[in-house]
Write a new protein. Structure first.
Lengths: 112, 114
């Protein structure tokens, strides 16, 4: 069963605006990751946040984690057309090396 | 940079055929994974391997088998392809470890079974 569930399923914004996507999960985790997938391609790792961290930044990306609510958010600031992609959260509910459980993704469209 | 390659980007096979999907990684990663991705269902784990000759079932192993004879190569086998196995197949690898388990994905193989 899917551990992470992204919200919304689809999001369309204007270039330059900020985009926020949310992820909720059900069981305890060691870390949560966000990945991006461009159309018809493989996934690319964006950022990993550990269960003892509350916020993490990487360039225009900001990830928060609230373990009490079992939720995470991914914020992309000053969006660009190249940010158009699907974004997935993934958790390690299975444990370290045993694979990740991915959500169904948020499809983000940046309108020029 | 980690590189994960998959043998084909697109593949068309007939029902009943035996299908081999190959995945190779060049970073000496311990763990390798096979997923399938379908619209509305996201990524689902088929099988994974944490060492040579070792394999573990994921969420949906039925109709599939895997082989890992060398550390860098992980093969997914469809013993008798069926139309419901039409999908995008994604291979990934990761270093062993509890925290640093970032996965590196190949470009995917879009398989169509007729």
């Amino acid at each position: 069963s899917q551990q992470g569930e992204e919200d919304p399923q689809a999001l369309s914004i204007q270039e330059g605006e900020n985009a926020t996507m949310n992820c909720s999960y059900k069981t305890s985790i060691n870390n949560l990751q966000w990945y991006r997938q461009n159309s018809g391609r493989g996934l690319v790792h964006l950022i990993l946040i550990r269960s003892n961290e509350r916020e993490k930044h990487s360039g225009r990306l900001r990830v928060t984690l609230d373990t009490s609510k079992k939720s995470s958010s991914l914020l992309i600031t000053a969006s660009r057309a190249a940010d158009t992609a699907s974004y997935f959260c993934a958790t390690d509910a299975r444990g370290g090396a045993d694979g990740l459980t991915f959500g169904k993704g948020t499809h983000l469209i940046i309108q020029p | 940079d980690v590189k994960v390659t998959q043998s084909s980007r697109y593949l068309v096979k007939r029902t009943g055929e035996k299908v081999f999907l190959e995945c190779v990684q060049d970073m000496d990663h311990e763990n390798m994974f096979w997923y399938r991705q379908d619209p509305g269902l996201g990524l689902r784990l088929i099988y994974f391997s944490y060492d040579v000759k070792m394999k573990e079932k994921g969420d949906i192993p039925e109709g599939y088998s895997v082989s890992r004879e060398k550390k860098e190569r992980f093969s997914l086998i469809l013993e008798s392809a069926s139309t419901n196995q039409t999908s995008m197949y994604l291979c990934a690898s990761s270093l062993s470890g509890e925290i640093t388990d970032t996965q590196y994905f190949g470009p995917g193989t879009r398989l169509t079974v007729l």
